[in-house]
Design a protein around this ligand. Structure first.
Ligand SMILES: *Cc1c(COP(=O)(O)O)cnc(C)c1O
Length: 300
């Protein structure tokens, strides 16, 4: 049985390590849990609450072979005594990715499906040969939805975060950002860094999760994707290694490395004014680094 998931995490200051023009701190959601890392627990908890309330037995969700959401759902299911099913995009691979192996170790049953069926979120018939449809609770891909965003509002409540003028976070589906925007007060500016290239539908997808008065309360910066989702450059990896050797803060190459890079770039370009205070949300995801060649990063 795995350890309980706490929502206790801390804020680190970067002032001892860098001469930034404004106060820059980091909310360390990566410390929440080794597998239900970072933002993922926050996004899942409302769904899991509803599944419990409705007496469901099994959580079912969707993801790719390297999905942090799949691993987090599998782990959270085990901790909360649910069975779990992962519908995985693509044919059965010769070797399972580290993420899928973890998911399996947490008891998740994996079903692979063609890209076409995956696109339409079709569930393989085999699922219902083995499981009673009534007992299955479906969590949308990436936890995207109002429940995911509602859960993510407690990210800002985990610590004293009211004093920051700017909050910056990595963006995948935008569910986490929607929660942060919802919870932020009206003087705070929330900046999202999409990990995907040309993710121009994101703005609308995030707005769909926001209350009316918050529709204008965030900015997306589309220039820090480093080639696209799960793509990276030498420069990004070098940045991540330097950040770690200076501060001891590990980042992942899919999301948080890009968000930290963006924050540092904005700081160096004097995007902020001297009265501003910046909070970088470390959304976790470190387990994803295992798909890099060993030795690429100076931390593991
Ligand atoms: C999943 C993930 C994100 C993206 O979260 P969304 O709510 O889908 O935008 C950001 N950072 C990390 C580390 C993640 O694993």
């Amino acid at each position: 049985m795995m350890s309980h998931i706490s929502e206790i995490c801390r804020i680190d200051s970067l002032s001892p390590y860098y001469n930034f023009p404004v106060t820059t701190d980091v909310l360390r959601l990566d410390l929440v849990h080794p597998f239900v890392s970072g933002n993922k627990w926050f996004k899942l908890k409302e769904y899991i609450g509803e599944a419990k309330h409705n007496n469901k037995e099994t959580l079912l969700t969707f993801g790719g072979a390297f999905s942090n959401h799949i691993v987090a759902t599998a782990a959270a299911a085990e901790i909360n005594n649910f069975k779990s099913i992962g519908i995985i995009r693509g044919e059965v691979p010769v070797r399972l990715s580290p993420s899928l192996l973890d998911a399996q170790n947490f008891g998740m049953e994996l079903f692979f499906t063609s890209r076409e069926d995956y696109k339409h979120k079709k569930k393989p018939a085999a699922v219902y040969e083995k499981h009673d449809e009534e007992g299955i609770y479906m969590i949308p891909e990436g936890g995207y939805g109002i429940k995911g965003a509602t859960g993510a509002t407690s990210i800002l409540q985990s610590n004293e975060t009211r004093s920051y003028s700017h909050i910056i976070s990595a963006v995948g589906t935008g569910t986490t950002l929607a929660g942060i925007v919802t919870a932020a007060n009206h003087t705070q500016t929330v900046i999202g860094i999409p990990a995907l290239k040309n993710a121009f539908s994101l703005k609308q997808e995030i707005e769909n999760l926001l209350p009316e008065e918050k529709l204008q309360a965030f900015t997306l910066m589309h220039d820090y994707h480093f080639g696209g989702y799960a793509k990276h450059t030498e420069g990004l990896l070098q940045f991540m290694n330097e950040l770690y050797s200076k501060t001891g803060i590990p980042t992942d190459f899919v999301y948080t490395g890009k968000a930290f890079y963006a924050a540092f770039d904005l700081l160096n370009k004097n995007y902020f004014t001297s009265m501003d205070r910046l909070l970088i949300i470390h959304t976790g995801g470190l387990q994803g680094n295992r798909s890099l060649k060993k030795g690429t990063l100076i931390f593991d």
